[in-house]
Design a protein around this ligand. Structure first.
Ligand SMILES: Cc1cc2nc3c(=O)[nH]c(=O)nc-3n(C[C@H](O)[C@H](O)[C@H](O)COP(=O)(O)OP(=O)(O)OC[C@H]3O[C@@H](n4cnc5c(N)ncnc54)[C@H](O)[C@@H]3O)c2cc1C
Ligand code: SF4
Ligand code: SF4
Length: 434
């Protein structure tokens, strides 16, 4: 059969690629960042099983890298798609890493010597990395990338410390962007989600109160591989956070911002509260929720266990604002929906469950691919064929079509792989001989 193109290397794109490859189809997996893995790589544990996220993701990432039918195109984007279903030509652009992927051994000598420090995007800028870096410790491929925005040599022609220590002679400042052309029969879009920027809702105090953070920042803080090695320490003073407030629906279910429910936040906040209790038996968690959406298999039981076994408090409320009190403690002002009275609570750390929103360039990618987006900006799909986009031969899976948890994203990925395989034409006999 003709090759397939998968755009986005998060869990949805990884699963789609593995399913297609296992059917004997050649897959090109395109990921914009230096490594595949997506958001799941940033999570500590996953609801509803509390499995270590990396432990379940890494084997799949490795399978992708080793599979004889999968070609990984990391640090690469799709710039054009022409042709007709079954006979598309895709054009890609591979950005220069300034490191030769075939030579780099991932030894890390260059990182140790690089003098340029940069906020680490993988760790939500809660710590620094170097200008030459591995995107995260389990990154695939295990090769370095030089950040052109911060490299002293690329900026001023000075330094070159990495060149001096690299015994593999992998540093290559002459590298340029590379154009790639592929003939593919079907395309699966799996480009995932972005976060609603809480600075747009000033009442929640993000960046005004030192100890107000987002849920993904919390994932990095509580992760053993994160900036505090898994200790839940306050950004302001590095003291352990003992009393934590989780604020639901920040941007979601709000006609002024995002009308829809982000679907995963009630559960991820419950998980985060459970993790706080597992890390520190003295930690007290309060989840300020609008109404609770725990509709998946085993989810209600998970929440009941969070309350019963971990002492998580669920406060039905509408949070009005967060201010900063003494000692930079966040004060949560809310309406207690049970009593219809205003109330407030002082916590050590407030965690905002911000909405999951479409990636800002989804509309541009949709234009390139000739597909539509819906009223919210996610990839439009057919209600009765839920992984089919508006263009024949192009499918979508995971959070690029709507906010979804990991099991749902995986189901959609397998569905998209099956649909894509179903439309892939046979190669011409001549092409098969090649
Ligand atoms: C704080 C938090 C905690 C969560 N905890 C859980 C949990 O415990 N359990 C659970 O089931 N779910 C959880 N989720 C949901 C989970 O993150 C998603 O279900 C999952 O990440 C969706 O995977 P995806 O592949 O669709 O998207 P993503 O993980 O976003 O991956 C998309 C990939 O596509 C790449 N990409 C984007 N645009 C392009 C482009 N134009 N070209 C090429 N590549 C591109 C991105 O770089 C990324 O690697 C949580 C979410 C949040 C916010
Ligand atoms: S670029 Fe060179 S020094 Fe750096 S990790 Fe790769 S092989 Fe090691
Ligand atoms: S040349 Fe750039 S990447 Fe290499 S050590 Fe210097 S600043 Fe770091």
């Amino acid at each position: 059969m003709k090759d397939a193109l998968v755009i986005g290397g998060g869990i949805a794109g990884i699963q789609t690629s593995l399913d297609l490859a296992d059917m004997g189809i050649q897959v090109h997996l395109v990921e914009r960042l230096p490594s595949i893995g997506g958001r799941m790589a940033q999570l500590d544990k996953t609801f509803p099983t509390n499995d270590c996220s990396t432990c379940i993701l890494s084997p799949k990432m490795n399978d992708c890298a080793r599979h004889p039918n999968i070609t990984l195109h990391t640090y690469t984007e799709v710039t054009a798609l022409e042709g007709t279903p079954g006979a598309f030509t895709a054009r890609l652009i591979k950005h220069p890493r300034y490191v030769d992927e075939t030579k780099c051994t991932g030894c890390g000598e260059c990182v140790a010597k690089c003098p340029a420090k940069v906020p680490d995007a993988f760790d939500m800028e809660l710590r620094e990395r170097k200008a030459i870096y591995l995107y995260f410790p389990q990154a695939i491929p295990q090769v370095m990338t030089i950040d052109p925005n911060y490299c002293i040599y690329l900026d001023r022609g000075k330094c070159g410390a990495c060149v001096k220590v690299c015994q593999a002679e992998a540093i290559d400042f002459e590298q340029t962007a590379q154009e790639i052309e592929l003939d593919v029969g079907a395309v699966v879009v799996a480009t995932g989600y972005e976060f609603f920027d809480p600075r747009g809702l000033a009442q929640f105090g993000y960046e005004q109160c030192a100890n107000v953070i987002t849920a993904l920042e919390y994932e990095r803080l509580i992760s053993a591989s994160g900036p505090t090695e898994g200790h839940l320490l306050r950004p302001s003073d590095g003291q352990p956070a003992k009393r934590i407030g989780f604020i639901q629906c920040v941007g979601s279910r709000d006609v002024r911002h995002r009308r829809y429910c982000s679907s995963v936040c009630c559960m991820h906040s419950s998980k985060q509260a459970v993790l706080a209790a597992e890390h520190d038996t003295e930690a007290e968690s309060y989840v300020f929720y609008t109404d609770f959406r725990a509709s998946g298999k085993g989810f209600r039981e998970y929440v009941a266990r969070a309350e019963r076994e971990y002492g998580v408090h669920y406060v039905r409320s509408r949070v009005a604002r967060i201010t900063e009190g003494e000692n930079e403690d966040p004060i949560i002002h809310y309406e207690d929906v049970e009593t219809s009275r205003p109330a407030k609570m002082t916590v050590d750390l407030a965690v905002l469950a911000t909405s999951l929103i479409p990636r800002p360039d989804t509309a541009e990618l949709a234009r390139v691919l000739g597909i539509e987006v819906d009223t919210y900006g996610f990839v439009e799909t057919d209600p009765l064929a839920p992984v089919d986009t508006t263009r024949e031969g192009i499918f979508a899976a995971g959070c690029c079509r709507e906010p979804s948890d990991i099991p749902e994203s995986v189901v959609q990925a397998s569905a998209a792989a099956a649909r894509a395989a179903g439309v892939l034409p046979q190669r011409s006999p001549r092409a098969q001989r090649k």
